[in-house]
Design a protein around this ligand. Structure first.
Ligand code: SF4
Length: 239
């Protein structure tokens, strides 16, 4: 299934704080006073909105059983490790998905970075990372509060490969989704890098009964949390 009705509407406070906390800029207050930064930031924001082409593919897969740290689907596929089995415990089905904002923004930021507009390229790259995460978060809100609520289903916390969940499991997401990822133009390399780079894959569980984890952030299962600068931002957005 394909979904495209996402809104890329940069929120300055959220974006700038994310850039500050992840080390892309030193201080929001300092950057706000920097005229060149302000001009480049506004231009990059406009380009992001014009060039981003958000699209997401997703599907639901009935669960047969959970064995150890593996979720076994009724179609015979297995996916797990990390916190997956714990998070989706009790679920009747697994939802897998991949989202992207496409190649256009990425190409533009690379062009700027190679040329004389390095700062603008750098800002556009950071905005593109924020944008793809915002697509993932918008989908999570929609499926939780609109889609599954109508069916009377509860939804688990959402997980995406990396940090607490081994990145190699991304290959299983792509295998299980089959042609759907190609239909939105996203591919996966042997080194688990997605193309376009501004793409994300994810998983969550759904079911009628209470689930292993329903309102936690992925961060709560992450071993990097104590030193992670982005954690606070995620906590504030609760996504
Ligand atoms: S704690 Fe940090 S590194 Fe870990 S999942 Fe959250 S944002 Fe990512």
């Amino acid at each position: 299934m394909k979904k495209t009705d996402f809104i890329i509407k940069p929120n300055d406070e959220d974006l700038l704080r994310t850039m500050e906390i992840t080390g892309s800029i030193k201080s929001v207050e300092r950057m706000k006073k920097n005229k060149k930064f302000r001009v480049d930031y506004e231009a990059a924001k406009k380009e992001l909105v014009e060039s981003a082409a958000p699209v997401l593919c997703w599907n639901r897969f009935p669960i047969k059983e959970i064995v150890g740290n593996q979720v076994v689907l009724k179609n015979g596929a297995k996916i797990g490790r990390g916190p997956v089995a714990k998070v989706v415990a009790g679920a009747q089905e697994l939802i897998l998905g991949v989202c992207t904002i496409g190649m256009k923004t990425e190409r533009k930021s690379e062009e700027y970075m190679k040329g004389a507009a390095m700062m603008k390229g750098f800002i556009l790259d950071a905005l593109a990372s924020w944008a793809v995460d915002s697509v993932r978060a918008q989908f999570y809100e929609w499926i939780k509060k609109e889609f599954f609520k109508k069916e009377g289903l509860r939804t688990s916390s959402m997980l995406w490969p990396g940090n607490s969940w081994p990145i190699e499991e991304q290959a299983e997401i792509f295998k299980i989704l089959g042609n759907e990822t190609g239909e939105i133009g996203v591919s996966l390399t042997a080194s688990m890098m997605m193309a376009p780079k501004k793409s994300l894959s994810f998983l969550l569980g759904a079911g009628k009964n209470p689930l292993g984890s329903e309102d936690s952030l992925q961060c709560e299962f992450c071993p990097d949390r104590p030193g992670c600068k982005a954690y606070k931002i995620r906590m504030n957005r609760h996504l």
